[in-house]
Design a protein around this ligand. Structure first.
Ligand code: PMT
Length: 397
């Protein structure tokens, strides 16, 4: 989605300015054309040469900078931008933008652009909490600016508080979300489940499985980047919460069922990539079970089949984790659970299914047509599934 997009990266005078080099690098790696505009104060922290080396483009530092092709026409950058990202954004630039001041190249660009603007504030905790900064941020938000962060943590002053630049991952996810706002899934509500449910045995043990959540998170992120309103219902994983969506944390299959039933109202698509436990202990011991006997029997009971249970005016997509008879078993599940589409993954290969970054799936529709996808990163599998969901939604109209 960032490929061939022009991102104007504004860098202002904060100690976090050095992190902007990493942001520029990641944007370039994602295929964006990155035009860096530094304020004078920013150049005290990092040199323009750093950004020039990363972006292979001249760094703009002033309105009358003869080395820059943009200084001739001071609004040229504003017109070229698909998105303006200011990271880090100091209290000073936030105040200037809120007041409409245009006394440097970055302010002029923001004032003149029609592109969406993302701010990633970074400053001293007291400056951030100062009512004037809060008012300025509220003003900018009401004018359509997106604000990511700041994060809580240790600040340059040694104090702890809100004021750290948001994680670079979060800033980049916000950029993707904002760029994707008018994507092909805009106006659609998509509920995604991810991870493996944990069914408690006692206070310290549970029945679980090897799902990492990567497949479900990839679908949620891809849907967000295509403009959808996303609810991600996730069992415990080691992954960070994606930005720009509602994330509901659950542990057990019963909690996941409750969350799905609640989230599904008004949804257009339900995609269940979660590995829901099929059985749970009949009862959970209140105290830790002692290892006295040589053997221990656990009585298990079936969990609710969430996907089979939920019905409504939405596209139902399931996954099938299979170790044999891939298409046959998945097709049986598709019919039994009344699905529109099922993604059958072969979990015997190391590069697909559980925990891998890639997946090899066969997409089977309600007519029994099977599309065998090659080995792809989970992010691409997610997009292929969403392409099919979009097709099914269009066919319904
Ligand atoms: O999380 P990763 O490490 O990235 O791995 C991804 C994955 C392999 C977990 C994922 O791609 C996948 O296959 N998820 C479904 C695993 C599974 O539970 O398959 P199943 O065949 O048991 O279930 C079929 C479908 O019914 C699934 O969509 C499942 O979410 C749903 N189900 C299952 C049991 C149950 N009680 N309720 C359900 O809703």
């Amino acid at each position: 989605m960032l490929k061939d997009k022009t991102v104007v990266l504004g860098v202002t005078g904060s100690i976090a300015a050095y992190k902007a080099a990493d942001i520029a690098s990641k944007l370039v790696q994602a295929g964006a054309r990155v035009e860096v505009v530094m304020t004078r104060a920013a150049t005290e922290f990092v040199t323009p040469l750093t950004f020039r080396s990363i972006t292979a483009r001249p760094t703009v530092t002033g309105m009358f900078d003869l080395a820059s092709e943009f200084s001739i026409e001071h609004v040229a950058l504003a017109e070229a931008a698909d998105l303006v990202l200011i990271a880090p954004a100091t209290a000073n630039i936030i105040a200037k933008l809120a007041a409409g001041i245009a006394d440097d190249m970055l302010c002029c660009t923001v004032l003149a652009t029609k592109a969406p603007i993302v701010l990633a504030p970074a400053m001293n905790v007291n400056m951030y909490h100062n009512p004037v900064t809060q008012e300025n941020l509220a003003k900018l938000r009401s004018r359509g600016f997106s604000v990511v962060g700041p994060a809580y943590g240790r600040l340059a002053s040694g104090e702890m508080g809100l004021g750290r630049l948001a994680e670079i991952r979060e800033i980049l996810e916000s950029v993707r979300q904002v760029l994707g706002k008018r994507g092909d899934l805009a106006g659609k509500r998509i509920v995604v489940t991810a991870g493996g449910t944990q069914e408690p045995i006692d206070p310290v043990r549970h029945i679980g499985n090897r799902s990492s959540g990567k497949m479900g998170y990839a679908i949620a992120q891809a849907a967000r980047d295509r403009g959808a309103e996303v609810v991600l219902i996730t069992a415990p994983t080691a992954l960070s919460d994606p930005v720009g969506m509602e994330v509901v944390h659950v542990q057990t299959s019963l909690q996941m069922r409750e969350a799905v039933v609640k989230a599904i109202a008004g949804a257009h698509v339900l995609a269940m990539a979660a590995a829901v436990a099929d059985y749970r202990p009949v009862a959970q011991s209140r105290s830790k079970i002692k290892k006295r006997a040589d053997t221990l029997s656990l009585k298990l009971v079936r969990t609710p089949d969430i996907l089979a249970e939920v019905e409504g005016e939405f596209i139902k997509i399931g996954f099938a984790a299979e170790s044999e008879k891939l298409v046959e078993n998945a097709t049986e599940k598709l019919h039994r659970k009344n699905l529109d589409l099922i993604a059958a993954n072969d979990i015997t290969a190391a590069d697909s299914g559980f925990d891998a970054d890639t997946n090899r799936v066969v997409l089977i529709d309600a007519q029994g047509r099977a599309e065998r996808l090659p080995l792809l990163p989970k992010s691409e599998v997610a997009d292929r599934i969403l392409d099919r969901a979009r097709g099914l939604l269009a066919a319904e109209r």
